[in-house]
Design a protein around this ligand. Structure first.
Ligand code: CA
Ligand code: CA
Length: 356
């Protein structure tokens, strides 16, 4: 899964590497979503499944909130490719159809997109976006227009470059790079110039980074190298400034805290917690008070959460409704307007839950 990351034993069969790599976290055999017992339910806000003729994961909103970009496998696709579509699942457009694709993102101008693909490096070993020990060395970053035309390749090397996102002003790209020294966060200008490494940690592998609304703070998740063989892999959420200063640990519990994504209010982020033995749930955390609120309540996989630019909608990937044994994910949206996550600082506590 790119944000990228894997989930094997976590979801029964899903590869846990997916957790690590936000690229494609695909549960191979997602647990069926059992209806909650009457006396144990729910505070889950209204969820709508987005109709889509295939499997889709890790989606991100367009700046105007009307479209999404994602990794999807549709029809005869042999693997996952970059697609865009309207939020209602219509106007599905394939952006790339060569190599293997992973992480994607819109530029704030709404006219350009960035995506990860092995399309130019088909002679290199194929690799696996869900397995950090086998990440595709041919994964490079590309920018194109909304039709997948005017493609410009940004990275030129034989190491894994993926997990890309764009700063609020459109000037900087964040990404993860795997070298012989491990995985670290990097940034570069939108034209691919001025590459700079942000983390220099031999014992941690960082990824899934996004700028917060202030355009200076970066939120991401990492796992310890020593935990690389663990399943599920413990993961921790951190922040760091765009100049590499102020590395700050945000989550402190020993579990899997994965896939953070900032809310427009600048004060909250959504993320995923692994709920042993096989469940994944989406949470919201106040980054200052650390207070958290569970947003999904379902035995199925719920992951890759993002918040719409207006703060009204949570978009996520889920195995809800997918027959046991089918290795697919679908997209869903939740109406989170009652949580007041839109721009303009929300210092209210969003939940009432203390640490488990
Ligand atoms: Ca590192
Ligand atoms: Ca769940």
């Amino acid at each position: 899964m790119t944000r990228r990351c894997s989930i094997t034993s976590m979801i029964s069969v899903a590869s846990i590497a997916a957790l690590a790599a936000p690229a494609l976290a695909l549960p191979q055999s997602a647990p069926a979503a059992a209806p909650p017992a009457k006396d144990e339910q729910p505070t889950e806000l209204p969820v709508t499944l987005i109709p889509h003729p295939g499997s889709a994961a890790e989606a991100y909103f367009s700046p105007d909130g009307t479209h999404l970009i994602c990794n999807a496998q549709v029809g005869d696709d042999e693997t996952y490719y970059v697609y865009t579509m309207k939020l209602d699942g219509s106007e599905v457009r394939k952006i790339n159809g060569k190599g293997m694709d992973a992480c994607t993102y819109y530029f704030p101008d709404g006219q350009r997109i960035i995506w990860t693909s092995t399309r130019d490096c088909l002679d290199l070993p194929k690799g696996d976006y869900s397995e950090p020990s086998d990440y595709p060395k041919g994964a490079e970053l590309f920018i194109s227009d909304l039709k997948g035309k005017n493609v410009k390749r940004l990275t030129h090397n034989e190491c894994y470059d993926a997990e890309c996102s764009v700063s609020p002003d459109g000037n900087w790209i964040l990404f993860s790079r795997q070298t012989d020294d491990g995985i670290d966060l990097w940034k570069m200008r939108a034209d691919g110039s001025d590459e700079a490494q942000l983390t220099f940690t031999d014992d941690w592998h960082e990824g899934g980074a996004f700028f917060m609304p202030d355009g200076d703070t970066i939120i991401y998740r990492a796992w310890r190298h020593a935990d690389s063989d663990q399943s599920p892999k413990p993961m921790t959420i951190f922040t760091i400034k765009a100049d590499g200063a102020d590395l700050t640990q945000i989550t402190t519990d020993p579990g899997t805290n994965w896939a953070p994504y900032p809310a427009p209010d600048g004060n909250h982020f959504v993320y995923v917690r692994m709920m042993p033995p096989h469940n994944f749930e989406i949470y919201l955390m106040n980054i200052e008070t650390k207070e958290k609120k569970q947003l999904t309540h379902n035995n199925a996989f719920d992951g890759y959460p993002v918040i719409s630019p207006d703060g009204q909608t949570l978009l996520f990937s889920t195995s809800r409704g997918i027959p046991r044994g089918e290795r697919k994910l679908r997209l869903a949206k939740m109406d989170v307007s009652s949580l007041h996550l839109g721009a303009g600082k929300n210092t209210q506590t969003t939940g009432h839950e203390q640490d488990h």
